[in-house]
Design a protein around this ligand. Sequence first.
Ligand code: FRU
Length: 477
Amino acid sequence: MNDPNGLVFFQEEFHLFYQYNPEGIKWGHMSWGHAVSRDLVHWEQLALALPEANEVMVFPGSAVVDWQDTSGFGRGKEPPLVAIYTGHYTRRPRQNQNLAYSNDRERTWTKFSGNPVLDIGEADFRDPKVFWHEPTRRWVMAVSWPAHRNVRFYGSPNLRDWSHLSDFGPPGATEGIWECPDIFPVPMEGGAGALKWILIVNVNAGASAGGSDCQYFVGQFDGRRFAPDRSAARPGRPLWADWARDFYAAVFWNDVPASDGRRLWIGWMSNWDYAPDVPTSPWRNAMSLPQSLAVRETPDGWRLLQRPVRELESLRGQPVSIALKGLGSQAELARLDGVVAGPCELSLDAEPGSDSVFDLTLQTGAVEATTLRVDMPNRELTLDRTQSGNVGFHPKFAGTAAAPLRLIGGHLKLNLFVDTSSIEIFANNDEAVLSSLLLPSAGSRRLSLRGLCGSVKSTQLEGWKLASIWGPRNDGP
Ligand code: FRU
């Protein structure tokens, strides 16, 4: 599987469609797989939603609840659900935008007989994200024009007829092609103040840590045109939603109820540099943790805040807390051995000096280790997976990734989720994320903290074992 598609909330269910090959574990025969969840944590797999047919693959797109039945696909009282997806032709160079609808809570789908609804005669024109823009009372589509490094905007009264509104591009990262755009207003941290519009552009090649990744722009959208804030879009300094290698094609959920009020998204946890070769079986590739979003004004400009959704706390076992002087000793850290041995969540709050450099390392066995280096003089966090386990399956897998490091009120705060074959690190109070696949040998993990330079005043660590999302609840450390 790859990109998340058609993210929409309807009648108490979060829908997660995704690019899926029903015939094998390499990319091909692209269709929409389908899963639903009531809490964003536990998922139920449903039947294939939109299969490839007649030499047209079902590429990414979005889904909306058409509350006023503008499309005319409704039956009875329920609003129809409408998916807008890219048709990718396998026998000729063409991509265009198509509709499918469902009248039974997205359990079964009908492809619209009038497809395609938008075709500009291009070989690469894909990944439509559609949402209702209330101030202009119409549907808006953001769709990528990959080779031009452009996001095109279209408007429609009924999802069937589309007219061109504007184009955005190409500032930011332009080495790779632009794919999977999304645009959404996001609240300021704490809920006060005006909303900021975040334009998401996924870039395939040339990302901060190499390969594909997700960049964003902060600005305003008037229903026709996206205007980036000057302070947020510095030439040559793209803003990355993730600074490590495994977060791509992230998109927002449509129709999350106002009573919930969150902006929620999820990304694909892999990288096109090596995704077809990740040595897992019988499955290949997975989603990130779902994240809740806000914006914060920092001394460097506006930043997107990404926080793992609070529903994940339901997986926590009993907390184990340790307060350390400096970085403490290995004997003190051993209290976390039971927690870090399997899937776990860790939170670290440290007060480093301006000259401190230290390593937080997850060791598996004698030689394998994944290390996060906190480097205050260079204001950098680096994640090194060169020794993390199986790194030899692809020459581009091993390596390090670097994210900016910022103390807030003198504190460095990190929140880490370690699963069997991944780590997701939320740093700087959610201003920077590092998501990375890891393929360690089976074996018990241990945590170490090692100072390399300068001193750290104090460190607080808290850890929780995490229960499996497929099993019963965790009830002990
Ligand atoms: C993004 C992508 C897009 C394409 C889709 C096909 O991850 O490569 O180029 O739309 O996946 O599955």
